[in-house]
Design a protein around this ligand. Sequence first.
Ligand code: ZN
Length: 352
Amino acid sequence: MKSVLLFTSLLCLPFLSVKIAKAEDAPIRKTCGTKAPSLEYELKFEKKVQAFLAARQNANSRTEANYTLPVIVHVVYWDPSQNISQAQVNSQIDVLNADYAGTGYNYNNTPTAFKPLIANTNITFCKAVKDLNGVVLAEPGIDRVNASDYGFKNPGTGWSDTYIDNTIKPATTWNSSKYLNIWVLPLGGGLLGYATFPGGAANLDGVVIGTTNFGTVGNVLYPYDKGRTATHEVGHWLNLLHISGDSECGNDYCADTPPQKGNANDGSGLSYGCPTYPFQVNGCGAGKSPYGEMFMNFMDYTNDACMTMFTIDQRTRMQTAMSSYSLRSALASSGTCTIAPLAPIANFTSNV
Ligand code: ZN
């Protein structure tokens, strides 16, 4: 039954944004354009998760590995307002580090019943200091891309994901075994962002975020002004599914995230806005969510300020992704966040 639900939700994905666009009286809704992987992919990954857990048990250790991931933010702009400030980029890196440590904005608002589940993922993010040729960057973690210099077309109200994947990414991506590529640009199609799952094509690998939902200062718009779009999309990039599993009472393969019906009423099982806790207690059946739904999870669709947490089982999936996909594990040792000390140069005179 789960497979039927998953496939149904996948088939429905292309229609989600259309439905949302037609909804009247609805607030601006958060939409994520990440395409969920196939059930076959998921079942393979589940085996990796079980192997990861078994290895950890054998090692007699509950400690997760620490990973530091070098980030390069490609700021792609057509008009100057899209050429966001260094402060805006830095504010997003700060959000990622706090959210992935379990200490992000409003984390203390997490309901008492869910607080023990808040995870420190042991994943941190650093700003790359060197480009592909080892040249020190003028602004750490930032690659500024003037769209007209590259011959990209006028984005109008925003580039489509197809145009970004076919044209912008191949022209601007940096080696994805050395950098987590994040593109910040005017994004169309009603999307706030989208990401690739592990195991895909190297030159498409990374995360795309709309200019006005990146970071917390500068050119950002409420209610997606706390940097949680990137937190969510990097979650996909580390193999997390939407908390609902993309269907009402669906499966996200995390035992500590209760199944949920959400409030979207579009079959996705996701929630918008910020519901009042407790929300839809046991909405998916007796005993299924005794404390209500976890709408404050980063992998839901709620407002930025409403989101507070990843769970322990989500951490396990991320750690498994880091350890089992070469394009992920290589990042932690790429060295692009440090400048190697220069070789000493002899500088003395002698009168002997
Ligand atoms: Zn998403």
